[in-house]
Ligand binder design. Structure first.
Ligand code: NCD
Length: 339
């Protein structure tokens, strides 16, 4: 894949060498994300960070990633605060914003909307989630985390066994991760969801056609044994036709330390795209897992910044120039007496 000036809209754009390139650049950028060095390689560049749906980590990490490379960030966080609320089309918004920016990151509630926006944009557009469809940067950071976690356990992604738990129907992070993993060999996908929230048939078909094993479990305990990765998701309540319907599925599958100890292999890595729903009725990933060293959820979020820096560096073609602009960090970078 030629990254320079490219839109990043779907994981379908990535083959193995392009994934490896994203990860190689991400590794190279780690010292900048960890405040060991600073770079101003994107000095003068502007990112428009357009979020027309709620977001915490995706929006802030894309913004931070751009700032860490020396660029400036402009943001819109609500449809109601933008001219889309006045009836402006995605086409016109894209034509306008691309005159103000070097790159645009966009999240929108409708599937396909980011691709439509990108058609009209004169600068590269990165999809930060379009409805139930795709979330490619999340899948890349999840895969990067999987590769790092497996590396410390002496394993590779080929032959991976992964349990996907929760709302597999509406969860775009799961959709993109499943498709991205399919470029590797012999992945075993163990799906654990209520039948109504199953992974879309088209994705299952695609995974099977590519030679992967896809199995279904309705009991949590059966689905989560003998896996390398346990990937838990939240009920995507905002996608359900009614709140009552969403409530029906909340709290059906809960992973806590006791269940983990009883049913998982000792080294199983626990992941979640976050946010996890910590309200009493949900708790798909219990707080009592916090002392479990295999809980990788905050390593995932840290990796999100590095992977998003890598995407910017590749799309704006500065990956080879970053170190020429490097300087030492001059401020105190930690907290005294962290708990
Ligand atoms: C995910 C999303 O928005 O699709 N969140 C995220 O970006 N990390 C998952 C979710 O909201 O449940």
């Amino acid at each position: 894949m030629d990254f320079t000036g490219a839109d990043i809209l779907s994981v379908n754009q990535f083959d193995r060498p392009s994934i490896e390139r994203v990860f190689e650049v991400a590794d190279d950028l780690r010292p900048y994300a960890q405040r060991k060095r600073i770079t101003r390689v994107l000095q003068g560049a502007i990112l428009s960070n357009m979020f027309f749906e709620p977001s915490t980590r995706t929006r802030i990490s894309f913004g931070s990633a751009f700032n860490l490379l020396g660029g400036e960030v402009r943001e819109t966080t609500e449809v109601s605060a933008s001219s889309l609320a006045k009836g402006e089309s995605l086409h016109d918004t894209a034509r306008v914003l691309s005159g103000y920016s070097d790159v645009i990151v966009m999240r929108h509630p409708e599937a396909g909307s980011v691709a439509e926006f990108a058609e009209a944009s004169r600068v590269p557009v990165i999809n930060a989630g379009d409805g139930t469809n795709e979330h490619p940067s999340q899948a890349l950071l999840d895969l990067y985390t999987i590769s790092k976690e497996l590396e410390t356990r002496g394993r590779q992604i080929d032959g991976l066994r992964i349990a996907l738990v929760g709302d597999l129907r509406y969860g775009r992070a799961v959709h993109s991760l499943c498709k991205l993993l399919a470029v590797y060999n012999s992945v075993h996908y163990k799906r654990v969801s209520p039948p109504e929230l199953a992974l879309p048939a088209g994705i299952v078909e695609e995974l099977r056609q590519r030679g992967h094993e896809v199995s279904v479990y309705h009991e949590l305990e059966e689905g989560i044994n003998q896996v390398d990765i346990l990937y838990v998701t939240r009920t995507q309540e905002e996608r359900f036709p009614t709140q009552e319907e969403a409530d029906r599925y909340r709290g059906l599958f809960r992973v806590n330390q006791a269940i983990y100890t009883k049913h998982c292999e000792p080294n199983t890595v626990i992941m979640h795209p976050l946010p996890r729903d910590s309200r009493a009725k949900a708790q798909e990933l219990d707080d009592d897992l916090i002392h479990n060293p295999n809980l990788a959820i905050f390593r995932q979020t840290d990796n999100g910044v590095i992977v998003r820096m890598s995407l910017f560096a590749l799309v704006l073609d500065v990956a080879e120039q970053v170190h020429n602009h490097a300087q030492p960090v001059t401020w105190y970078t930690a907290k005294r007496n962290p708990r």
